[in-house]
Design a protein around this ligand. Structure first.
Ligand SMILES: [Zn+2]
Length: 472
């Protein structure tokens, strides 16, 4: 794959990145690297696991959960309608890191006998930025973004904090699904932050750092007591306590993020670092319980797919809000354009440079899927057997959730009138659903057999059959 520098400057990126771009047109890679060293632009990508935008104060939450993210948003573009491409961690992260939808990058489920690793041939932010001379490092907090999924490619330092050991390998559980020892395969945000800061203080520019925070995903990753004490339950119920814990976890991650930014500032890097904050998916919480009956993720409703996205460019001082539909696959080409690097042609994501500078653009479509049927960790399918193979296609107003095995039970929502997706219009508005369905077919996103269940993987197929999900 040949990657090239952009010869033309565009949008707000041009103003902020002109020193790069004037110098590099027609340069060799070594000359480009030299130019990069003169005026290095660093990249900090922070991915927030299981983070609902509406639980952050910069997105309007009534509790002051995220003063540090708020401060960054005040000097950045905050995207109010960002859509994730999957509701499960490795699949969504693969899309963020590659700019590809799941049907393109191929990492489509959390676990299958095969098909759960990013192929070696696909460029990622780390492989591309490393190729252009950036120091690359990842500081992660969970097994679900580890080397097990091939997400380590291109990183000179990949600090997942987890050994490739029995504790961080998926193994079969008594109930026939697959899981891992979650206590030893995850770590709290303060541990991850400490390691990231040590590296940031010592690394020479330019660098690319990916920091992944996990706390709100799991109720076992509990913040210190002083943080818990700031968030009392609204109601003395189990749900009330869990929601207060969720807020405390969001708040603690915010504190850790603040330490990262402090480090960038104290080491003189804040002014020349592209910073992207994005979540991999949301969480049902009580809204899900009321509307869709599901506390967690792995579904395709807005509480799972709508995520925070904040992009800060070097030198940006004023905040801006964009409420157009954008996707997490757009992060990859945006970062590359900020550094003057042409994205691979196969990338489906589109740079956000135009929208960030206030330009009107053709409206985007967002894709997402959830292949719970073929995910051997998807225990939730026992409770929600109809949520087996689901595909979403949406624009800023209309949203289709297509159910491959039971098309008549697909869902269509008018998000303009019904943002919480309470009234299914699939039967009454077939003409609205039709173009989305055609778009799904055109993309060839449908899966018709379990991943890796060839002759050599009959055990997995037997397991799916025993669960009643495959075969006659
Ligand atoms: Zn996740």
């Amino acid at each position: 794959m040949i990657l090239q520098r952009r010869a033309q400057r565009t949008g707000i990126f041009a103003c902020l990145g002109c020193l790069y771009l004037l110098a590099i047109s027609g340069c060799s890679k070594s000359e480009e690297s030299a130019a990069l060293e003169k005026r290095p632009y660093n990249v900090l990508l922070v991915t927030l696991d299981t983070f609902r935008a509406d639980r952050m104060s910069c997105y309007g939450y009534s509790r002051n959960t995220t003063p540090n993210f708020d401060r960054l948003a005040n000097e950045s573009v905050r995207f109010d309608f960002a859509i994730s491409q999957a509701g499960v961690t490795p699949v969504s992260h693969a899309s963020i890191l590659t700019g590809l939808n799941p049907y393109q990058h191929g990492l489509r489920v959390l676990y299958a006998p095969s098909g759960c690793t990013l192929p070696d041939t696909i460029p990622t932010l780390a492989t591309v930025l490393g190729e252009f001379g950036l120091q690359t490092a990842a500081f992660l907090s969970s097994f679900t973004v580890s080397e097990f999924y091939g997400l380590d490619r291109g990183f000179q330092l990949f600090d997942a904090g987890l050994e490739r050991s029995a504790n961080s390998q998926l193994s079969e559980t008594k109930s026939g699904f697959w899981g891992w020892n979650i206590q030893s395969a995850q770590r709290r945000s303060d541990v991850t932050t400490t390691r990231a800061i040590a590296w940031l203080r010592s690394v020479k520019s330019p660098f690319f750092a990916w920091v992944h925070y996990w706390d709100p995903h799991d109720q076992m990753v509990v913040p210190p007591q002083y943080v818990l004490g700031q968030f009392q339950p609204d109601q003395p119920t189990r749900e009330g306590r869990l929601e207060a814990l969720y807020d405390a976890e969001v708040s603690y991650v915010d504190q850790q993020f603040g330490l990262l930014i402090d480090t960038l500032k104290s080491t003189g890097r804040y002014e020349n670092t592209v910073i992207v904050v994005v979540a991999d998916h949301g969480e049902g919480l009580s809204q899900g319980l009321q509307d869709h009956g599901w506390w967690r993720h792995r579904l395709l409703y807005q509480e799972q797919l709508h995520v925070p996205l904040i992009v800060h460019l070097p030198g940006q001082k004023a905040g801006r809000v964009c409420d157009e539909l954008v996707r997490t696959i757009d992060v990859f080409p945006t970062v590359l354009e900020a550094l003057g690097i042409e994205a691979p042609q196969s990338v489906e994501g589109l740079s956000l440079a135009g929208l960030m500078s206030g330009k009107a653009e053709l409206r985007r479509l967002a894709y997402a899927d959830q292949l719970n049927l073929y995910d051997l960790t998807a225990k939730m399918i026992e409770q929600r057997p109809k949520d087996d193979l689901m595909y979403c296609m949406m624009d800023r107003t209309w949203k289709l959730i297509y159910r491959q095995l039971r098309p008549g039970e697909s869902e269509l929502y008018n998000l303009g009138d019904d943002p919480r997706e309470t009234t299914n219009l699939f039967q009454s508005q077939p003409l609205k659903a039709k173009p989305f369905l055609e778009e799904l077919r055109k993309r060839q996103c449908f899966v018709d057999k379990p991943f890796g269940t060839t002759d050599g993987d009959s055990e997995a197929l037997d397991r799916l059959k025993s669960l009643g999900y495959v075969g006659d």
